[in-house]
Design a protein around this ligand. Structure first.
Ligand code: SAM
Ligand code: SF4
Ligand code: SF4
Length: 345
């Protein structure tokens, strides 16, 4: 591979947004069937997941990551599907950490395959931060949500393993769905207060076409905040970085901090600096996009780094995305959007 150092002045889209973060989905498969993400009626035994040869290889991912880095990306996040289902992820981490512009490599996982030893090897290989998804402490509720009978206690063990391995603070992602797990807001908050970990409540989103989303199912950030606040007063914290998706609060009594990701009721499109690469190498500039750019085809037909650079720069330069803002302003049409498990959350 030729070295590639091309740099152009700050790349921005049509709304002046820079390209800063890249989410890389390393697999479209998952061992959970969360009702809000991969419901088993759609992702059943006969579902056609991608064959291995369709996935980008680690070399292809790294090649693209280098081009993205030269366009301004400093942060990478590995996701899926369930990223820990992809074999030898440590090898990919070791390759990505060698890219000079990359300062941060995070991962989002359901925690089901994360032992202490695995957490240590991921960290040694270059992982800097970890988010673990957990929607409830109550097993009846959690199992109904993950739909594979996976107990909450095993995710809690994985979170402790990550903490022991030094992947701190671990962020805990809790998707909140009205009438499903809202009773878990306070137990979850209580469990993670004073733990050094950061619980983040996520408004249930209308990603993909398969989760049967209705606005009525969304427990808003305002409702989440008022429920927690009544029990343990909170104060807002300033954003740490521009374009931060979570609004941060700290417990007044020193119990640590929480975050709320209000993509439905308080969209943050104006500061959205994120691109997404699917496991088969399609680039999406919005989580809710229906059209992606097939970078794998360009890689496999022998495009040079310069050509890939121009292609991605042009795509970002033309970007107009702001789906969540539009959804808030209008009655949305939920057709033909790509599934979140496929694009990478
Ligand atoms: N399997 C990994 C996991 O669950 O952490 C990584 C992929 S998952 C698609 C990434 C994140 O998206 C998870 O935290 C998950 O809870 C969240 N997510 C999935 N579907 C969602 C939805 N409909 N609304 C809000 N968040 C969702
Ligand atoms: Fe799998 Fe994560 Fe989607 Fe749940 S949210 S089905 S764990 S990809
Ligand atoms: Fe970014 Fe699209 Fe989400 Fe808006 S809706 S924040 S543009 S990914």
């Amino acid at each position: 591979m030729t070295e590639f150092t091309h740099k152009q002045p700050e790349l921005t889209d049509t709304r002046g947004r820079s390209l800063r973060d890249l989410r890389i989905s390393v697999t479209d498969r998952c061992n959970f069937r969360c009702r809000y993400c991969m419901p088993r009626e759609v992702f059943g035994d006969d579902y056609a997941f991608l064959p291995h040869e369709a996935l980008l290889t680690f070399e292809e991912i790294t090649r693209l990551a280098k081009v993205f880095a030269s366009l301004g990306v400093h942060k990478l996040r590995l996701t899926g599907g369930e990223p820990l289902l992809r074999r030898d992820l440590e090898t990919l981490l070791q390759m990505l950490r060698e890219i000079p512009e990359i300062r941060d490599i995070a991962m989002t996982t359901n925690g089901s395959l994360l032992t202490e030893q695995r957490a240590k090897s991921l960290r040694t290989a270059g992982l800097t931060r970890l988010s673990v998804s957990l929607d409830a402490l109550d097993d009846n509720i959690f199992m109904a949500m993950n739909d594979v009978h996976f107990p909450a206690s095993r995710v809690l063990t994985a979170i402790t393993a990550a903490q022991t391995a030094g992947l701190t603070p671990v962020k805990i992602n809790m998707v909140v769905k009205r009438g499903v797990n809202e009773t878990q807001l306070l137990p979850m908050a209580e469990y993670f207060r004073h733990s050094g970990q950061v619980l983040r409540f996520i408004e249930y989103m209308d990603v993909g076409n398969s989760n049967g989303w209705r606005m009525d199912d969304v427990l808003s950030a305002a409702e989440i905040l008022s429920t927690v606040q009544k029990q343990w007063p909170l104060k807002p914290l300033p954003a740490q970085t521009p374009g931060e998706v979570a609004t941060r609060y700290s417990y007044v009594d020193g119990g640590g901090e929480i975050g709320i990701i209000a993509s439905v009721t308080r969209p943050f499109c104006g500061g959205c600096t994120r691109a997404r690469l699917t496991s088969e190498g399609h680039l999406y500039t919005c989580l809710f996009a229906s059209q992606g750019l097939d970078l794998r085809a360009h890689l496999r037909r022998g495009d040079t780094e310069e050509q890939l650079y121009e292609l991605i720069a042009q795509t970002w330069g033309l970007r107009t995305d702001g789906y969540s803002e539009i959804r808030l302003a209008h009655t949305p049409g939920f057709q033909n959007k790509i599934e979140m498990s496929h694009m990478g959350g």
